[in-house]
Design a protein around this ligand. Sequence first.
Ligand code: ARG
Length: 469
Amino acid sequence: MAKLWDKGYRLDEAVERFTVGRDYLLDRALVVADATASIAHARMLGHVGLIPADETDQICTALTEIATAGSVGAVEIDRSDEDCHTAIEGRLIAALGDIGKKVHTGRSRNDQVTAATRLYTREALIAIVERGATLIGALLDRAAEEAETVMPGRTHLQIAMLSTFGLWLASWAEQLLDDMELVLTVARLNDRSPLGSAASYGTPLPLDREFVADQLGFPEVQNNVLAVQHSRGTLDGQIVGALAAIAATLGRMAQDLIIFSLPEVGYVTLPDELCSGSSIMPQKKNPDALELLRARAGVVDGWAQQCRSVVRGLPSGYNRDLQDTKEPLLRALSAVEEELEVATVLVTRLEPERDAMRDALNAEVFATDYAYRLVEEGVPFREAYRQAAADYREQELPKPQEALARRRGTGTPGNLNLNAPQERRAHLITTMERLSERHSRALHTIYPGGEITTVRPATGTAAGETPNN
Ligand code: ARG
């Protein structure tokens, strides 16, 4: 379709290629979300009397058809369209003629793109929390199984004190619970309706912003119309920052597993089907998935940095720079969802080598226990420390299970207190389910015929293929 801003001249080809960039490809992921927000906007225009009711109905029906096509990747966006907003309006006008030309009343692509992105992001974050809760559940289940599996605990990567594989597993569950709280926080920031802010300054039309927010399941409108644009790249940076926290946790967990699964260490075996081979060395069984989890921590952090760098120093109001935070956001959303899925497979299927872990318990592991035994006999700690340093190697090693049983403090290897993270996980799931129900209710409001139940297209889009992966 002709450009929305067409004024009778042709954009220079090099400038067009540069300014559109990959946006027309990325926008395939946003087609359904954009059509969804457009239905809410069109209903609002009808509600306040800016377009007649029968025309509203025709627009909504045509947009539902576009959303349905978009959900299977069947809405093409040409580079000359610039973006999904233009492609969708073009289809609408092709279907309805002049009536289609009314949908853009009272909005700008600037509030349109953030509305679509926020709907898409809401759903993607729900999926991430869902997958996060699954991984946390797997870690806690395995932690319960391995609560008595003694192993050396390490600091500085050197042998430190008695630990258990259960403590190790549950520790990552608890870190992920923290990370997921960040995700819920950014999900809340994301959950404000930008529509009605138009280009950055609102419009003189009697738009009902609350009506639109309500239709789309946003609990509130984003109040200040100028702040809508200020939050665009900023919010993207915050969202990707929260995702980077998850990626960092998974990367660190993966790093430990790479060490644990070294043949020389042998605490953990990774089943063959989770490892790749070498094209030259026949004996090789490589933990590539773990290595890429480690690498993605840096990659996702780079995307967060990209968002923050793009907005740094921008003048107020919309600037085209903001287009450049879309790709890191979309990529981070799909990458971290995928990471959580893979991490769950690895955690569920890894095989702990309990004997190897127990056999690794040496005099170093128990040196501090020995010092504390002396303390319990009345020796002041600093003296006990010196004596233990001098002769811990000559002491008989305690029975590991007895040493473990002496650790009763909350959250210690002898008392994992898994109820605490289990409760946090239950709370996380309840919050996620509430958000998910609100999202589904909104989609049902927009599509009462049940045509669309997800704004994230399944195929042929950035989420599944080409631009995102
Ligand atoms: N693709 C653009 C973006 O992501 C859409 C908004 C264009 N607005 C404009 N004033 N050129 O920001």
